[in-house]
Design a protein around this ligand. Structure first.
Ligand code: NAP
Ligand code: HSE
Length: 429
């Protein structure tokens, strides 16, 4: 007799619709790979009357989460509502009810993943979260399985689709920031609160997840230095382009001798760098393992169908495990904490745009402030003068963050300096 696995879906928004769509259009492939027929028994929504982009039997919709989570026939719960409060209690309760859990929720996995995975292990169950990072790109499974033989020392990537879409549209179409953000929201890439994307938190949650797997440790959200792209000015994108750079929001994780260093910040990278060619909502992750060498993953980092693809792949794995009576597949073995190297102990090159009085001695004052702190300049350009003020753009060589910050304080105190417009880190090569 054909095996039927009943599942409960929490959320039918961008990702939930993608999941239903894939279960419909790829029904035969998914069923034969899973080795069972999948029946969506109930779906949690906030507003059952809302128009949906997928055909769904209204009888399946409910606003009562417990009707799904406590249903003994449902073996798998797929959490796609987002946020951390309700999602946390639903996932926790689902595990206590001995359900397998699949989630796309990076906020939840970054903030409470350790605790929830421990609960899953205790209950002989597991949490699958491939869709939480990189949308449709396989990243979690490769880090847990395929790259497990490596000591990974460095990872660097574009792991937020919304900000990459905004930066791409600003750079290629000269689009206004707000217009580009609206485009990302209309396409379903942005979080319910897009501040999570714009202020870098979404990428930082994802970096916590990736770094925890890559460096085999537990990573707290407050270990990550975070800067977003909110307030980014079109002018910086143009100036960066003129200097041979592209602006990207990068997430960078390193395991150094002194500990792990984790940061998310807008970065000028050489326009010839492979990450510079990652456009729109696409994501990419580059990493270095001591056995494999350099590896790069690339693909759609957000959106209904790509993210649904990762969720349904997790569902197939869950069902295979159920079929083969593998109860507890928790692979994350190390929850040790590692020392976090603070940002001021790292080094970077910097791009600085500032406004100064257009008068003699300004460059000398800047040069002295930098020289006092052993900050060496790579490029200095006076962009334009108007109303007695000059716009100056400069790029430093790689310097200690601490020294650059001291120099910046001195520069801000110079009477001829009227405004620090923008500041970005730079990666060449
Ligand atoms: P979404 O479009 O806003 O959909 C959220 C769904 O959850 C909606 O159907 C909503 O119901 C329902 N919902 C929200 N809160 C609820 C509550 N308290 N009780 C009942 N139902 C609730 O979100 P999404 O873009 O699909 O994202 C879902 C998750 O996937 C998030 O964790 C997100 O970070 C993650 N993710 C998203 C993407 C992407 O490209 N969008 C990619 C990767 C990961 P109504 O429809 O009735 O309002
Ligand atoms: N808001 C997220 C992004 C969705 O833009 O990358 C995918 O995780």
């Amino acid at each position: 007799m054909e095996r039927v696995i009943k599942i409960g879906l929490l959320g039918l928004g961008t990702v939930g619709s993608g999941v239903l769509n894939i279960l419909d259009i790829n029904h035969d492939e998914v069923t034969s790979r899973a080795g069972a027929r999948i029946e969506v028994k109930k779906i949690l929504v906030r507003d059952p009357a809302k128009q949906r982009p997928v055909n769904v039997d209204p009888q399946l919709l409910t606003v009562d989460p417990w009707e799904i989570i406590r249903d003994p026939e449902i073996e798998v719960i797929i959490e796609l509502i987002g946020g951390t409060e309700a999602a946390h209690s639903y996932v926790e309760e689902a595990l206590k009810e001995k359900k397998y859990v699949i989630t796309a929720n990076k906020d939840l996995m970054a903030l409470a993943g350790g605790e929830l995975l421990a609960l899953a292990r205790g209950m002989g169950r597991n949490i699958y979260y491939e869709a939480s990072v990189g949308g449709g790109i396989p990243l979690i499974r490769p880090l847990k399985h395929s790259l497990g033989a490596n000591k990974i020392t460095r990872l660097m990537g574009i792991i937020n689709g919304t900000t990459n879409y905004i930066l791409t549209r600003m750079s290629l179409d000269k689009a206004d920031f707000a217009v580009a953000l609206r485009g990302a929201q209309e396409k379903g890439f942005a979080e319910q609160d897009p501040a999570n994307d714009l202020e870098g938190r979404d990428a930082a949650y994802k970096l916590c997840i990736l770094a925890g797997l890559a460096f085999n440790c537990r990573v707290g959200f407050d270990s990550v230095y975070v800067e977003g792209i909110d307030g980014l000015n079109l002018r910086d994108i143009f100036y960066a382009g003129e200097l041979g750079f592209t602006v990207k929001l990068l997430a960078i994780g390193e395991e150094l001798e002194s500990g792990i260093a984790l940061r998310v910040h807008p970065t000028l990278i050489s326009s010839s760098h492979p990450l510079a060619g990652v456009l729109d909502e696409n994501n990419a992750l580059y990493l270095v393992g001591n056995a494999v060498g350099e590896v790069m993953f690339y693909g759609p980092g957000a959106g209904s169908m790509p993210t649904g693809s990762s969720v349904v792949a997790d569902l197939i794995e869950v069902i295979r495990n159920i079929n083969h009576q593998v109860e507890n597949g928790v692979m994350e073995t190390s929850f040790v904490e590692k020392r976090v190297v603070p940002m001021e102990q790292l080094s970077s090159a910097f791009y600085l745009r500032l406004q100064a009085l257009d008068q003699p001695g300004v460059f000398a004052g800047l040069a002295n402030a930098f020289a006092d702190e052993a900050v060496s300049l790579d490029r200095v350009i006076q962009k334009r003068s108007a109303e007695g003020k000059a716009e100056i753009v400069l790029i430093t060589h790689v310097v200690a963050e601490k020294n650059f910050n001291h120099a910046l304080e001195k520069i801000k105190a110079l009477p001829a300096i009227k405004k620090i417009n923008s500041l970005f880190r730079v990666i060449e090569g």
